[in-house]
Design a protein around this ligand. Sequence first.
Ligand SMILES: [Ca+2]
Ligand SMILES: [Ca+2]
Length: 354
Amino acid sequence: MTSRVKWFLAGILLAGILPATWAAMDRGQPSLDFLRRPLETSADLLRRVKPPRETSQQTAEGGAADRGPAEVASITLKTWIEPVTGMQFVWIPGGCYRMGSPPGEEGRDPDEGPVHEVCVDGFWMGRHEVSRAQFQIFTEASGYVTEAEKDGYSWVYTGRWETRSGFSWRRVGFEQDERHPVVHVSWNDAAAMAEWLSRESRGSFRLPTEAEWEWACRAGTDTSRHWGDDLGEACRYANAADRTAAAVFPAWTIHPCSDGFVHTAPVGRLHPNGFGLYDMLGNVWEWCRDVYDPEAYAGHSRENPVVTDRAPARVTRGGSWYSRPQFVRCAGRDHLSSPQRRSNDQGFRLVRKP
Ligand SMILES: [Ca+2]
Ligand SMILES: [Ca+2]
């Protein structure tokens, strides 16, 4: 029995599921296509294969700055280390889900509807937001200069949003080290890193589509956040506007808990979601491949929808250290006005197609 077959069988046993079909292998990846089942069961199935069983105890009120990285029991996670940057990727099984938010969801914007069924093929997703260290490997190897550096300015929050000269991923506007997510990167900057990595490494890299991003964020859940709907639980999983930040910016609308960070946190410092992904909500906004269209969902295809024409605005997802609860939801959609825009709460993560 090959190791891949053993892995597949182990996955089935761990999930307690007998697959209806033996669609065994998908281009070298273990196939979890049995997850692609009618909607009423897919979320339940995913909950049963949901991996994290945290080994460290954290409380919402504990503050995060002095804690080590949250670890998960990775029994059902399949990961891959990209050799050029050391970026860790997690295999995200394909599946179908209800994309968007229902009309009653607190904080919902009309562009999140109508809720509609979409299906995405499996893909590898960056387990973390791209870090400064990883972005530096890209710029040093390629000579790439970001748009903020070329233009000599970026958008910075200093109590209000303003353009400030001299700011870029190298000079952020608050304290960061190499473990923090890179910020002040435009959609074009992110796409440039993906193209470079596709040349230099194994596989094809790009930004996630909105449909892939939301599927990855939800990780089988249909609640407003991947941990449920409780705002008080946010600080276990998401570095967002919280009591820590309110000590500096008292006017902010915050989550009723403390995550320990005013600005960015090192990637992976808090708890992951059910797919083993960190910081899908909060820390930095994440660029998606799609152009922003408020009516996009009305025209989505069912299989692997993506919108790539018509508008200069680009979709960004998940909220940031700056975001109030309304923007820290898996269905929440936001956008920046062009692929050149950047700010000190905007970053990205990559996906890899085998
Ligand atoms: Ca925070
Ligand atoms: Ca994020």
